[in-house]
Write a protein that binds this ligand. Structure first.
Ligand code: ADP
Length: 637
């Protein structure tokens, strides 16, 4: 087993790689030469033995002979037998009587001396030319394998040079939200600006900072902003780009990258997806497949130990899987600082929307607060994408500025895909989808602790939804109560419940709901301590937190079986509640479904209007902005 903290050894010389190159060279050379000798030998000549030649001569089948050095070039008489051949060649035997024989047979003969130049041409054509052609071909091949890394000699060269930016042109102003991350990195900018100041006082400068967070939260953008703020060059490479097919290439790339960066210090090296090379070394036997990655990691560790941070060289790494990183990488003196770049909260989302809307014309209807509320869980790249989609939609609709409607439509495009108008549902399917969606929506209105409905639609989307209910919370939530989660379970299973009530059968349309409800119920029992049976016992741990999160059970088999039963009970209870609530409000369900089938999309307001009419609930008072308005309303009541 490997010690995770072992001192990294220098990388092995890439012996396997050289051997492979030589082997391929020789094989290819032989092939090419063989091909060339075939090409340049005259296909119309045939080699015959001297005896055959003598026989031809006796049979009067030879027309003329040219003697070139040791070789006889024989031109046959053109009869049927030989008409397809132009001449034969044969090696001259030690035949002193040859001249007499030829003379006797009446065959014309002459002598041609083999010159130095013709010999040279022969050597050039049959050996040098194939070799040159082969080298050109091999160089092109290696270039491709190197993805532009500089030919045969460039194997193992880092590509950092092609990724270096003298100035990124990005500053902290371009990164919206993420205030804590920016604050931590501001310090780092100070180190890069004036490393000497810190050295004089005796402070050790950080060598590496790890940016940790889900994809699209702006880690690369932040790294560029650090370089921009410090006004230093920015070397950027992705972890996966180090690992190539040849063992040793990644390590020599790392070496080359650091060499190049040291020459340009102060500067920043940014390694995106650092987990591609920094994965925990398992040290198990037979881990030959990971040899290349381990060598690359060892080299990175060695380089990090080797450089003097007082020169102003800083390494920023980004990952969304910090838990898989090798502990040696996180040791003091390496990536010992961790900056969390998490999903933005409401304020952060508003700020990100504003940054991206800066260069887009927006009209007065735009309300970023509403958009941000509707996009809980979205990351910076999603929001940037939404603003762009909204601008495209505005152009498509022939408008000069983006409106709130465009933005809300763009939210849906990014979250559930484009409308798929060519998917024609049958009348019966439309009815089923409508009741299914109304089932979800009605249960949000019938229960407490739910988020209001913004829209119900049965227009299919490219990401697979045949219809959906859009809910928008009134305010950002950081915690969920048990009651809220229970209500969410009932809503999620409400689509299937509506199908059963109305059609007396069920469809495949609830697959995604069932998956969601099951994982929520399981989390409530195993992670949130919300079941009476298991109480506060933690039964699962979350893995891949920044990549959607997966709960992994950490209990015995018998407990796992009991957990399954508990999950089933909770789901059944929620489903029964959904059935009961919907059965009790059949009239509202029918009326809303009817309107949905007719219009395909209805707003949350239209939905609530019908619901209140059916249930005899009075309309709520309009929000008032002044005392006089409030007084008027009170008088009316
Ligand atoms: P990551 O490296 O975390 O995967 P990126 O830095 O590549 O994410 O972000 C992708 C894009 O998303 C950026 O180019 C930017 O347009 C947008 N973006 C992400 N986060 C932010 C943010 N906090 N502020 C502004 N734009 C952001």
């Amino acid at each position: 087993m490997n010690d995770p903290n072992k001192t990294p050894k220098k990388d092995k010389k890439p012996g396997g790689q050289t051997f492979l190159i030589i082997l391929v060279s020789v094989l290819a050379c032989l092939l090419v030469m063989g091909a060339f000798s075939g090409v340049f030998s005259d296909s119309s000549s045939r080699k015959i033995s001297y005896d055959e030649f003598i026989k031809m001569l006796d049979d009067k089948e030879v027309k003329s002979v040219i003697v070139t050095g040791e070789t006889l070039e024989i031109t046959p008489v053109s009869d049927d037998k030989y008409v397809t051949m132009t001449y034969y060649t044969t090696k001259m035997e030690d035949d002193t009587a040859l001249a007499q024989r030829l003379d006797r047979a009446g065959v014309k003969f002459s002598r041609k001396s083999s010159t130095f130049t013709s010999g040279l041409v022969e050597v050039l054509v049959s050996f040098v030319l194939p070799l040159v052609l082969f080298l050109v071909f091999f160089n092109v091949l290696m270039n491709r394998m190197n993805k532009g890394g500089g030919g045969v000699m460039g194997v193992g060269k880092s590509k950092a040079k092609s990724y270096v930016q003298k100035s990124t042109g990005v500053s902290f102003k371009d990164v919206a939200g993420e205030d804590e991350a920016k604050e931590s990195l501001q310090e780092v900018v100070g180190f890069l600006h004036n490393p000497q100041k810190y050295v004089e006082i005796g402070a050790k400068l950080p060598k590496g900072v790890l940016l940790v967070g889900p994809p699209g939260t702006g880690k690369t953008l932040l790294a560029k902003a650090v370089a921009g703020e410090a006004d230093v060059p920015f070397f950027s490479l992705s972890g996966s780009e180090f690992v190539e097919m040849f063992v040793g290439v990644g390590a020599s790339r790392v070496r080359d990258l650091f060499e190049e960066a040291k020459k340009n210090a102060p500067c920043i090296i940014f390694i995106d997806e650092i987990d591609a090379i920094g994965k925990r070394r398992d040290g198990g036997a037979g881990s030959g497949g990971n040899d290349e990655r381990e060598q690359t990691l060892n080299q990175l560790l060695a380089e990090m130990d080797g450089f003097d941070s007082s020169k102003g060289l800083l390494i920023l790494g980004a990952t969304n899987r910090p838990e898989v990183l090798d502990p040696a990488l996180l040791r003091p003196g390496r990536f010992d600082r961790r900056v969390i770049v998490d999903r933005p909260d409401l304020k952060g989302r508003i700020a990100i929307l504003k940054v991206h809307a800066k260069d887009v014309s927006m009209d007065d209807t735009v309300d970023f607060n509403e958009v941000a509320l509707a996009t809980s869980g979205a990351v910076g790249s999603d929001l940037a994408n939404m603003v762009n989609e909204a601008a495209i939609l505005a152009v498509k609709h022939g408008r000069m500025a983006v409106s709130q409607k465009d933005l809300l439509e763009a939210v849906e495009v990014v979250l559930v895909g484009q409308e798929k108008k060519d998917r024609i549902l049958s009348a019966e399917e439309r009815r089923i989808v409508s009741y299914h969606e109304v089932g979800h929506a009605l249960l949000t209105a019938l229960q407490k602790n739910t988020e209001p409905v913004q829209k119900i639609t049965i227009i299919p989307r490219t990401m697979g939804a045949l219809g959906y209910v859009m809910q928008v919370p009134e305010e950002e939530k950081y915690l969920n109560t048990k009651k809220e989660l229970e209500a969410r379970l009932v809503i999620t299973l409400g689509g299937r419940a509506a199908e059963e009530i109305v059609f007396d059968t069920v469809t495949t349309g609830a697959a995604n709901d069932i998956e969601q409800a099951t994982s929520l119920a399981r989390a409530m029992i195993t992670q949130y301590g919300m079941s009476d049976r298991f109480g506060l016992m933690g039964l699962a741990t979350e893995e891949n937190k920044y990549l959607g999160g997966q709960a992994v059970l950490n209990c015995g088999d018998q407990t796992a079986t009991e957990v399954d039963h508990e999950v089933m009970d909770l789901l059944r209870k929620s489903y029964d509640e959904a059935l009961e609530l919907l059965r009790g409000h059949r009239e509202a369900m029918d009326k809303i479904a009817e309107l949905l089938i007719e219009r395909e999309t209805i707003t949350g307001k239209e939905f609530m209007k019908i619901y209140r009419e059916c249930e005899g609930i009075p309309e709520p008072a309009e929000p008032v902005s002044s005392f006089d308005e409030a007084w008027e309303q009170i008088k009316k009541v």
